[in-house]
Write a protein that binds this ligand. Sequence first.
Ligand code: CMC
Length: 451
Amino acid sequence: MANKGDGGEKATLHVRGESHDLNVLKASIGPDVIDIQNLYRRTGLFTFDPGYTSTASCESQITFIDGEKGVLLYRGYPIDQLAEYGDYLETCYLLLYGDLPNQEQRRKFDADITYHTMVHEQMRAFFQGFRRDAHPMAIMVAVVGALSAFYHDSTDINDPHQREVATRRMIAKVPTLAAMAFKYSLGQPFVYPRNDLDYASNFLHMCFSVPSEDYHVNPVLARAMDRIFILHADHEQNASTSTVRLAGSSNANPFACIAAGIASLWGPAHGGANEAALNMLEEIGTPERIPEFIARAKDRSDPFRLMGFGHRVYKNYDPRARIMQRTAKEVLAEVGDPNDPLLEVARQLEEVALNDEYFIERKLYPNIDFYSGITLRALGFPTSMFTVLFALARTVGWIAHWREMISDPSNRIGRPRQLYTGPVMRDYVPMSQRGAGLGDQVHDTDRNPES
Ligand code: CMC
Protein backbone atom coordinates (compact mmCIF):
# COMPACT_ATOMS: atom_id res chain seq x y z
CA MET A 1 0.00 0.00 0.00
CA ALA A 2 1.12 3.52 -0.73
CA ASN A 3 1.07 5.39 2.56
CA LYS A 4 3.27 3.32 4.77
CA GLY A 5 5.93 5.84 5.76
CA ASP A 6 9.32 5.00 7.17
CA GLY A 7 10.23 8.35 8.70
CA GLY A 8 13.74 7.17 9.52
CA GLU A 9 12.92 6.64 13.20
CA LYS A 10 14.33 3.46 14.75
CA ALA A 11 13.52 1.46 17.83
CA THR A 12 16.43 -0.48 19.28
CA LEU A 13 15.95 -3.89 20.80
CA HIS A 14 18.68 -5.19 23.09
CA VAL A 15 18.45 -8.92 23.48
CA ARG A 16 20.94 -11.67 24.26
CA GLY A 17 23.89 -9.36 24.02
CA GLU A 18 22.98 -7.90 20.63
CA SER A 19 21.27 -4.69 19.49
CA HIS A 20 18.80 -4.64 16.65
CA ASP A 21 17.47 -1.49 15.00
CA LEU A 22 13.84 -1.81 13.99
CA ASN A 23 12.06 0.65 11.66
CA VAL A 24 9.22 2.69 13.09
CA LEU A 25 6.48 2.98 10.46
CA LYS A 26 4.39 6.15 10.47
CA ALA A 27 0.63 6.14 10.75
CA SER A 28 -1.36 9.04 9.25
CA ILE A 29 -3.10 9.31 12.65
CA GLY A 30 -2.91 7.08 15.69
CA PRO A 31 -0.01 5.04 16.97
CA ASP A 32 3.02 4.42 14.76
CA VAL A 33 4.22 0.83 14.68
CA ILE A 34 7.51 -0.95 15.19
CA ASP A 35 8.18 -3.16 12.19
CA ILE A 36 9.14 -6.60 13.48
CA GLN A 37 8.68 -8.51 10.22
CA ASN A 38 12.35 -9.52 10.16
CA LEU A 39 12.73 -10.01 13.90
CA TYR A 40 12.66 -13.80 13.81
CA ARG A 41 15.18 -13.97 10.98
CA ARG A 42 17.50 -11.62 12.84
CA THR A 43 17.10 -12.84 16.43
CA GLY A 44 15.44 -16.26 16.34
CA LEU A 45 12.77 -14.83 18.66
CA PHE A 46 9.06 -14.36 18.24
CA THR A 47 6.96 -11.65 19.92
CA PHE A 48 4.15 -12.68 22.27
CA ASP A 49 0.82 -10.85 22.18
CA PRO A 50 -2.20 -13.08 22.78
CA GLY A 51 -5.38 -11.16 21.98
CA TYR A 52 -3.33 -8.76 19.81
CA THR A 53 -3.45 -5.92 22.34
CA SER A 54 -0.24 -4.34 21.01
CA THR A 55 -0.09 -5.79 17.53
CA ALA A 56 -1.07 -4.16 14.24
CA SER A 57 -1.95 -7.21 12.16
CA CYS A 58 -2.05 -5.30 8.87
CA GLU A 59 -1.86 -1.91 7.23
CA SER A 60 -5.26 -0.42 6.43
CA GLN A 61 -6.79 2.81 5.09
CA ILE A 62 -10.43 2.12 5.84
CA THR A 63 -11.42 2.86 9.44
CA PHE A 64 -9.71 4.65 12.29
CA ILE A 65 -10.57 4.49 15.98
CA ASP A 66 -9.12 6.63 18.73
CA GLY A 67 -10.26 4.66 21.72
CA GLU A 68 -8.98 7.18 24.25
CA LYS A 69 -10.91 10.07 22.73
CA GLY A 70 -13.93 8.06 21.56
CA VAL A 71 -13.44 8.84 17.85
CA LEU A 72 -14.52 6.62 14.95
CA LEU A 73 -13.76 7.61 11.35
CA TYR A 74 -14.74 5.80 8.15
CA ARG A 75 -12.21 6.84 5.49
CA GLY A 76 -11.63 9.98 7.56
CA TYR A 77 -15.29 10.94 8.05
CA PRO A 78 -16.59 11.02 11.67
CA ILE A 79 -19.28 8.44 12.34
CA ASP A 80 -21.68 11.02 13.78
CA GLN A 81 -21.60 13.07 10.54
CA LEU A 82 -22.21 10.00 8.40
CA ALA A 83 -25.07 8.86 10.67
CA GLU A 84 -26.59 12.35 10.67
CA TYR A 85 -26.25 13.35 7.01
CA GLY A 86 -25.45 10.21 5.06
CA ASP A 87 -27.13 6.90 4.40
CA TYR A 88 -26.03 3.29 4.46
CA LEU A 89 -25.46 2.68 0.74
CA GLU A 90 -23.42 5.86 0.49
CA THR A 91 -21.43 4.60 3.48
CA CYS A 92 -20.92 1.27 1.70
CA TYR A 93 -19.56 3.09 -1.33
CA LEU A 94 -17.28 5.14 0.90
CA LEU A 95 -15.90 2.10 2.73
CA LEU A 96 -15.38 0.14 -0.47
CA TYR A 97 -13.92 2.80 -2.75
CA GLY A 98 -12.41 5.36 -0.36
CA ASP A 99 -14.51 8.44 -1.17
CA LEU A 100 -18.10 9.58 -1.03
CA PRO A 101 -19.76 9.01 -4.41
CA ASN A 102 -20.80 11.82 -6.74
CA GLN A 103 -24.36 11.77 -8.08
CA GLU A 104 -23.63 9.54 -11.07
CA GLN A 105 -21.49 7.11 -9.05
CA ARG A 106 -24.24 6.92 -6.47
CA ARG A 107 -26.98 6.29 -9.02
CA LYS A 108 -24.96 3.53 -10.65
CA PHE A 109 -24.00 1.93 -7.34
CA ASP A 110 -27.62 1.88 -6.14
CA ALA A 111 -28.71 0.35 -9.46
CA ASP A 112 -25.99 -2.31 -9.28
CA ILE A 113 -26.89 -3.31 -5.72
CA THR A 114 -30.60 -3.34 -6.50
CA TYR A 115 -29.96 -5.57 -9.52
CA HIS A 116 -28.60 -8.30 -7.25
CA THR A 117 -31.15 -8.34 -4.39
CA MET A 118 -32.85 -11.61 -5.35
CA VAL A 119 -31.28 -14.92 -4.40
CA HIS A 120 -31.28 -18.09 -6.48
CA GLU A 121 -34.74 -19.64 -6.17
CA GLN A 122 -33.19 -22.95 -5.17
CA MET A 123 -32.00 -21.30 -1.96
CA ARG A 124 -35.57 -21.50 -0.71
CA ALA A 125 -35.24 -25.29 -0.71
CA PHE A 126 -31.93 -24.98 1.05
CA PHE A 127 -33.65 -23.18 3.94
CA GLN A 128 -36.10 -26.03 4.39
CA GLY A 129 -33.23 -28.21 5.61
CA PHE A 130 -32.97 -26.27 8.86
CA ARG A 131 -34.88 -27.18 11.97
CA ARG A 132 -37.77 -24.82 12.57
CA ASP A 133 -36.12 -23.56 15.78
CA ALA A 134 -32.66 -23.04 14.25
CA HIS A 135 -30.95 -19.88 15.46
CA PRO A 136 -30.95 -17.39 12.56
CA MET A 137 -27.18 -16.89 13.01
CA ALA A 138 -26.67 -20.62 12.44
CA ILE A 139 -28.68 -20.23 9.25
CA MET A 140 -26.70 -17.17 8.19
CA VAL A 141 -23.32 -18.87 8.60
CA ALA A 142 -24.57 -21.66 6.35
CA VAL A 143 -26.48 -19.74 3.68
CA VAL A 144 -23.87 -17.03 3.17
CA GLY A 145 -21.20 -19.71 2.84
CA ALA A 146 -23.54 -21.52 0.43
CA LEU A 147 -23.59 -18.51 -1.90
CA SER A 148 -20.27 -19.86 -3.16
CA ALA A 149 -22.14 -22.96 -4.33
CA PHE A 150 -24.69 -20.85 -6.20
CA TYR A 151 -22.53 -18.11 -7.75
CA HIS A 152 -19.46 -19.82 -9.19
CA ASP A 153 -18.93 -16.97 -11.60
CA SER A 154 -17.80 -14.64 -8.81
CA THR A 155 -15.47 -16.82 -6.77
CA ASP A 156 -12.21 -16.26 -8.67
CA ILE A 157 -10.41 -13.90 -6.32
CA ASN A 158 -7.71 -13.10 -8.89
CA ASP A 159 -10.22 -11.56 -11.28
CA PRO A 160 -11.03 -7.95 -10.28
CA HIS A 161 -14.36 -8.09 -12.13
CA GLN A 162 -15.43 -11.20 -10.22
CA ARG A 163 -14.38 -9.57 -6.95
CA GLU A 164 -16.57 -6.61 -7.84
CA VAL A 165 -19.56 -8.81 -8.65
CA ALA A 166 -19.10 -10.82 -5.43
CA THR A 167 -18.99 -7.53 -3.49
CA ARG A 168 -22.26 -6.30 -4.93
CA ARG A 169 -23.91 -9.67 -4.64
CA MET A 170 -23.16 -9.90 -0.94
CA ILE A 171 -24.25 -6.36 -0.08
CA ALA A 172 -27.46 -6.96 -2.04
CA LYS A 173 -28.23 -10.53 -1.00
CA VAL A 174 -27.29 -10.66 2.68
CA PRO A 175 -30.41 -8.59 3.65
CA THR A 176 -32.56 -10.94 1.57
CA LEU A 177 -31.03 -13.97 3.32
CA ALA A 178 -31.33 -12.32 6.76
CA ALA A 179 -35.03 -11.60 6.13
CA MET A 180 -35.53 -15.18 4.92
CA ALA A 181 -33.90 -16.51 8.11
CA PHE A 182 -36.31 -14.35 10.11
CA LYS A 183 -39.38 -15.41 8.12
CA TYR A 184 -38.35 -19.03 8.41
CA SER A 185 -38.20 -18.76 12.19
CA LEU A 186 -41.70 -17.26 12.20
CA GLY A 187 -43.12 -19.87 9.84
CA GLN A 188 -44.17 -17.14 7.42
CA PRO A 189 -43.62 -17.16 3.64
CA PHE A 190 -40.45 -15.57 2.32
CA VAL A 191 -40.99 -12.08 0.90
CA TYR A 192 -39.23 -11.11 -2.33
CA PRO A 193 -37.18 -7.90 -2.35
CA ARG A 194 -38.71 -4.73 -3.74
CA ASN A 195 -36.24 -2.75 -5.78
CA ASP A 196 -38.30 0.44 -5.71
CA LEU A 197 -37.55 0.78 -1.99
CA ASP A 198 -34.36 2.05 -0.44
CA TYR A 199 -32.01 -0.45 1.23
CA ALA A 200 -33.36 -0.21 4.80
CA SER A 201 -37.02 0.08 3.73
CA ASN A 202 -36.67 -2.97 1.50
CA PHE A 203 -35.20 -4.92 4.39
CA LEU A 204 -38.05 -3.95 6.75
CA HIS A 205 -40.51 -4.84 3.97
CA MET A 206 -38.95 -8.32 3.55
CA CYS A 207 -39.04 -8.84 7.33
CA PHE A 208 -42.46 -7.51 8.27
CA SER A 209 -44.80 -7.68 5.30
CA VAL A 210 -47.09 -10.64 4.72
CA PRO A 211 -48.93 -11.56 1.51
CA SER A 212 -52.34 -11.10 3.13
CA GLU A 213 -52.00 -7.41 4.01
CA ASP A 214 -50.58 -4.18 2.68
CA TYR A 215 -47.43 -3.09 4.43
CA HIS A 216 -46.19 0.48 4.44
CA VAL A 217 -42.72 1.11 5.70
CA ASN A 218 -42.67 3.74 8.44
CA PRO A 219 -40.03 6.28 7.28
CA VAL A 220 -38.93 7.02 10.88
CA LEU A 221 -38.22 3.33 11.42
CA ALA A 222 -36.53 2.99 8.04
CA ARG A 223 -34.24 5.91 8.87
CA ALA A 224 -33.46 4.34 12.26
CA MET A 225 -32.70 0.99 10.61
CA ASP A 226 -30.46 2.71 8.08
CA ARG A 227 -28.60 4.54 10.85
CA ILE A 228 -28.11 1.30 12.77
CA PHE A 229 -26.58 -0.18 9.61
CA ILE A 230 -24.22 2.82 9.29
CA LEU A 231 -23.11 2.53 12.92
CA HIS A 232 -22.26 -1.15 12.49
CA ALA A 233 -20.73 -0.94 9.00
CA ASP A 234 -17.08 -1.22 10.02
CA HIS A 235 -14.84 -1.18 13.07
CA GLU A 236 -11.29 -1.83 11.84
CA GLN A 237 -9.49 -5.04 12.88
CA ASN A 238 -12.02 -6.55 15.33
CA ALA A 239 -12.34 -10.33 15.79
CA SER A 240 -14.70 -10.96 12.88
CA THR A 241 -12.86 -8.66 10.45
CA SER A 242 -9.55 -10.25 11.40
CA THR A 243 -11.21 -13.64 10.85
CA VAL A 244 -12.28 -12.58 7.36
CA ARG A 245 -8.76 -11.36 6.61
CA LEU A 246 -7.18 -14.53 7.93
CA ALA A 247 -9.60 -16.76 6.02
CA GLY A 248 -9.08 -14.65 2.89
CA SER A 249 -5.30 -14.72 3.19
CA SER A 250 -5.40 -18.37 2.09
CA ASN A 251 -7.18 -17.21 -1.11
CA ALA A 252 -10.49 -18.74 -0.01
CA ASN A 253 -13.47 -17.42 -1.98
CA PRO A 254 -15.19 -14.27 -0.67
CA PHE A 255 -18.49 -15.92 0.30
CA ALA A 256 -16.62 -18.46 2.46
CA CYS A 257 -14.61 -15.65 4.07
CA ILE A 258 -17.71 -13.64 4.98
CA ALA A 259 -19.33 -16.79 6.40
CA ALA A 260 -16.23 -17.15 8.62
CA GLY A 261 -16.72 -13.54 9.73
CA ILE A 262 -20.36 -14.23 10.61
CA ALA A 263 -19.31 -17.23 12.72
CA SER A 264 -16.80 -15.10 14.61
CA LEU A 265 -19.31 -12.29 15.12
CA TRP A 266 -21.76 -14.67 16.77
CA GLY A 267 -19.94 -14.83 20.13
CA PRO A 268 -21.36 -12.84 23.08
CA ALA A 269 -18.07 -10.95 23.58
CA HIS A 270 -18.50 -9.54 20.05
CA GLY A 271 -21.69 -9.26 17.98
CA GLY A 272 -23.72 -11.40 20.35
CA ALA A 273 -23.45 -8.70 23.01
CA ASN A 274 -26.54 -6.78 21.83
CA GLU A 275 -28.68 -9.85 22.47
CA ALA A 276 -26.97 -10.42 25.81
CA ALA A 277 -27.37 -6.75 26.79
CA LEU A 278 -31.12 -6.77 26.20
CA ASN A 279 -31.51 -10.07 28.05
CA MET A 280 -29.60 -8.53 30.95
CA LEU A 281 -31.79 -5.39 31.01
CA GLU A 282 -34.88 -7.60 31.00
CA GLU A 283 -33.45 -9.68 33.83
CA ILE A 284 -32.74 -6.55 35.86
CA GLY A 285 -36.29 -5.42 35.11
CA THR A 286 -36.58 -2.51 37.53
CA PRO A 287 -34.16 0.23 38.66
CA GLU A 288 -34.31 -1.10 42.26
CA ARG A 289 -32.36 -4.20 41.19
CA ILE A 290 -29.49 -2.26 39.60
CA PRO A 291 -27.22 -2.28 42.70
CA GLU A 292 -27.46 -6.07 42.86
CA PHE A 293 -26.24 -6.42 39.25
CA ILE A 294 -23.54 -3.79 39.66
CA ALA A 295 -22.26 -5.74 42.67
CA ARG A 296 -22.24 -8.95 40.63
CA ALA A 297 -20.35 -7.27 37.77
CA LYS A 298 -17.68 -6.16 40.26
CA ASP A 299 -17.41 -9.53 41.98
CA ARG A 300 -14.36 -11.34 40.57
CA SER A 301 -15.72 -14.72 41.64
CA ASP A 302 -18.88 -14.15 39.56
CA PRO A 303 -18.45 -14.55 35.77
CA PHE A 304 -21.27 -12.02 35.21
CA ARG A 305 -20.28 -8.90 33.25
CA LEU A 306 -22.31 -5.84 32.52
CA MET A 307 -23.19 -6.56 28.91
CA GLY A 308 -22.93 -3.56 26.60
CA PHE A 309 -20.17 -2.15 28.80
CA GLY A 310 -16.46 -2.09 28.13
CA HIS A 311 -14.50 -2.33 24.93
CA ARG A 312 -11.05 -3.49 23.97
CA VAL A 313 -10.35 -0.27 22.12
CA TYR A 314 -12.68 2.41 23.54
CA LYS A 315 -11.49 3.65 26.88
CA ASN A 316 -14.00 6.47 26.59
CA TYR A 317 -17.67 6.66 25.57
CA ASP A 318 -18.21 4.62 22.38
CA PRO A 319 -19.23 7.34 19.87
CA ARG A 320 -21.74 4.93 18.37
CA ALA A 321 -23.46 4.49 21.73
CA ARG A 322 -24.51 8.16 21.83
CA ILE A 323 -26.11 7.98 18.39
CA MET A 324 -27.73 4.68 19.30
CA GLN A 325 -29.18 6.15 22.48
CA ARG A 326 -30.76 8.98 20.45
CA THR A 327 -32.04 6.50 17.85
CA ALA A 328 -33.58 4.38 20.63
CA LYS A 329 -35.52 7.41 21.87
CA GLU A 330 -36.73 8.30 18.35
CA VAL A 331 -37.91 4.76 17.66
CA LEU A 332 -39.65 4.42 21.03
CA ALA A 333 -41.37 7.77 20.49
CA GLU A 334 -42.66 6.51 17.13
CA VAL A 335 -43.74 2.95 17.85
CA GLY A 336 -43.04 1.98 21.39
CA ASP A 337 -43.43 3.37 24.82
CA PRO A 338 -41.18 6.42 25.27
CA ASN A 339 -41.37 5.58 28.96
CA ASP A 340 -40.36 1.98 28.31
CA PRO A 341 -39.13 0.72 31.70
CA LEU A 342 -36.15 -0.94 30.01
CA LEU A 343 -34.98 2.42 28.68
CA GLU A 344 -35.20 3.76 32.20
CA VAL A 345 -33.28 0.75 33.58
CA ALA A 346 -30.62 1.31 30.89
CA ARG A 347 -30.38 5.02 31.61
CA GLN A 348 -30.06 4.52 35.37
CA LEU A 349 -27.68 1.58 35.02
CA GLU A 350 -25.46 3.68 32.80
CA GLU A 351 -25.50 6.53 35.31
CA VAL A 352 -24.67 4.27 38.26
CA ALA A 353 -21.85 2.53 36.39
CA LEU A 354 -20.35 5.75 35.06
CA ASN A 355 -20.06 7.02 38.64
CA ASP A 356 -18.77 3.81 40.16
CA GLU A 357 -15.07 3.58 41.03
CA TYR A 358 -14.75 0.03 39.58
CA PHE A 359 -15.95 1.15 36.13
CA ILE A 360 -14.12 4.50 36.23
CA GLU A 361 -10.81 2.86 37.13
CA ARG A 362 -11.10 0.34 34.30
CA LYS A 363 -12.44 2.90 31.84
CA LEU A 364 -15.57 0.87 31.19
CA TYR A 365 -18.15 2.89 29.23
CA PRO A 366 -21.32 1.89 27.42
CA ASN A 367 -20.64 0.47 23.97
CA ILE A 368 -22.93 0.38 20.93
CA ASP A 369 -24.70 -2.74 22.17
CA PHE A 370 -25.98 -1.12 25.31
CA TYR A 371 -28.80 0.71 23.50
CA SER A 372 -29.05 -1.24 20.26
CA GLY A 373 -31.06 -4.09 21.79
CA ILE A 374 -33.78 -1.75 23.06
CA THR A 375 -33.96 -0.10 19.64
CA LEU A 376 -34.09 -3.33 17.67
CA ARG A 377 -36.77 -4.75 19.94
CA ALA A 378 -38.88 -1.63 19.39
CA LEU A 379 -38.40 -2.06 15.63
CA GLY A 380 -40.05 -5.46 16.01
CA PHE A 381 -37.09 -7.84 15.99
CA PRO A 382 -36.71 -10.71 18.46
CA THR A 383 -33.37 -10.96 20.28
CA SER A 384 -32.28 -13.90 18.12
CA MET A 385 -32.18 -11.53 15.11
CA PHE A 386 -29.99 -8.86 16.72
CA THR A 387 -26.64 -10.35 15.75
CA VAL A 388 -28.00 -11.12 12.28
CA LEU A 389 -28.67 -7.41 11.80
CA PHE A 390 -25.14 -6.65 12.96
CA ALA A 391 -23.80 -9.20 10.44
CA LEU A 392 -25.90 -7.67 7.67
CA ALA A 393 -24.50 -4.21 8.35
CA ARG A 394 -20.92 -5.38 8.90
CA THR A 395 -20.84 -7.34 5.63
CA VAL A 396 -19.63 -4.24 3.78
CA GLY A 397 -16.83 -3.67 6.30
CA TRP A 398 -15.68 -7.27 5.99
CA ILE A 399 -15.73 -7.02 2.20
CA ALA A 400 -13.86 -3.70 2.21
CA HIS A 401 -11.10 -5.27 4.32
CA TRP A 402 -11.03 -8.42 2.23
CA ARG A 403 -10.69 -6.36 -0.96
CA GLU A 404 -7.99 -4.20 0.56
CA MET A 405 -6.04 -7.29 1.54
CA ILE A 406 -6.44 -9.07 -1.81
CA SER A 407 -5.30 -6.04 -3.78
CA ASP A 408 -2.26 -5.44 -1.56
CA PRO A 409 0.74 -6.92 -3.40
CA SER A 410 2.47 -7.59 -0.07
CA ASN A 411 -0.38 -9.88 1.05
CA ARG A 412 0.79 -13.28 2.32
CA ILE A 413 -1.06 -16.08 4.01
CA GLY A 414 -1.68 -15.22 7.69
CA ARG A 415 0.34 -17.59 9.84
CA PRO A 416 0.78 -16.62 13.50
CA ARG A 417 3.42 -18.43 15.51
CA GLN A 418 3.27 -19.49 19.15
CA LEU A 419 5.08 -19.71 22.44
CA TYR A 420 5.23 -23.48 22.75
CA THR A 421 5.14 -24.74 26.35
CA GLY A 422 4.08 -28.35 25.70
CA PRO A 423 6.20 -31.51 26.11
CA VAL A 424 9.67 -31.58 24.60
CA MET A 425 10.47 -34.41 22.18
CA ARG A 426 10.04 -37.86 23.69
CA ASP A 427 9.94 -41.42 22.38
CA TYR A 428 6.81 -43.38 21.57
CA VAL A 429 5.82 -45.77 24.40
CA PRO A 430 4.28 -49.12 23.38
CA MET A 431 0.83 -49.80 24.82
CA SER A 432 2.07 -52.73 26.91
CA GLN A 433 4.37 -50.37 28.83
CA ARG A 434 1.86 -47.57 29.53
CA GLY A 435 -0.26 -48.99 32.37
CA ALA A 436 -3.84 -47.89 33.19
CA GLY A 437 -4.22 -44.14 33.42
CA LEU A 438 -6.22 -41.07 32.68
CA GLY A 439 -7.27 -42.27 29.21
CA ASP A 440 -9.40 -45.08 30.70
CA GLN A 441 -11.14 -42.71 33.10
CA VAL A 442 -12.08 -40.35 30.26
CA HIS A 443 -13.67 -43.25 28.39
CA ASP A 444 -15.68 -44.25 31.46
CA THR A 445 -17.10 -40.74 31.73
CA ASP A 446 -17.96 -40.76 28.04
CA ARG A 447 -19.99 -43.93 28.40
CA ASN A 448 -21.86 -42.64 31.39
CA PRO A 449 -22.56 -38.92 30.97
CA GLU A 450 -24.56 -38.82 34.21
CA SER A 451 -21.54 -39.77 36.32
N1 CMC B 1 -18.45 -5.73 33.28
C1 CMC B 1 -17.67 -5.84 34.38
N2 CMC B 1 -16.33 -5.84 34.34
C2 CMC B 1 -15.75 -5.72 33.13
C3 CMC B 1 -16.50 -5.60 31.95
C4 CMC B 1 -17.90 -5.60 32.05
N3 CMC B 1 -18.67 -5.50 30.96
N4 CMC B 1 -15.67 -5.50 30.89
C5 CMC B 1 -14.42 -5.55 31.39
N5 CMC B 1 -14.47 -5.69 32.75
C6 CMC B 1 -13.33 -5.71 33.66
C7 CMC B 1 -12.63 -7.07 33.63
O1 CMC B 1 -13.17 -7.95 34.58
C8 CMC B 1 -11.22 -6.68 33.94
O2 CMC B 1 -11.13 -6.42 35.33
P1 CMC B 1 -9.79 -6.76 36.14
O3 CMC B 1 -8.74 -5.86 35.58
O4 CMC B 1 -10.13 -6.47 37.56
O5 CMC B 1 -9.51 -8.22 35.87
C9 CMC B 1 -11.05 -5.33 33.24
O6 CMC B 1 -12.38 -4.77 33.18
C10 CMC B 1 -10.49 -5.43 31.82
O7 CMC B 1 -11.30 -6.36 31.10
P2 CMC B 1 -10.78 -7.30 29.92
O8 CMC B 1 -11.63 -8.51 29.85
O9 CMC B 1 -9.30 -7.50 30.10
O10 CMC B 1 -10.99 -6.37 28.68
P3 CMC B 1 -11.02 -6.85 27.18
O11 CMC B 1 -10.53 -5.71 26.38
O12 CMC B 1 -10.32 -8.15 27.02
O13 CMC B 1 -12.56 -7.13 26.92
C11 CMC B 1 -14.81 -6.85 26.22
C12 CMC B 1 -13.38 -6.28 26.17
C13 CMC B 1 -15.70 -6.04 25.27
C14 CMC B 1 -14.81 -8.31 25.74
C15 CMC B 1 -15.33 -6.76 27.69
O14 CMC B 1 -15.34 -5.43 28.11
C16 CMC B 1 -16.71 -7.40 27.84
O15 CMC B 1 -16.79 -8.61 28.03
N6 CMC B 1 -17.81 -6.57 27.75
C17 CMC B 1 -19.13 -7.11 27.81
C18 CMC B 1 -19.49 -7.66 26.44
C19 CMC B 1 -19.79 -6.56 25.44
O16 CMC B 1 -20.50 -5.61 25.72
N7 CMC B 1 -19.24 -6.72 24.21
C20 CMC B 1 -19.52 -5.82 23.10
C21 CMC B 1 -18.31 -5.12 22.60
S1 CMC B 1 -18.80 -3.79 21.46
C22 CMC B 1 -19.37 -4.58 20.09
C23 CMC B 1 -18.32 -5.20 19.27
O17 CMC B 1 -17.37 -4.48 18.88
O18 CMC B 1 -18.44 -6.39 18.98
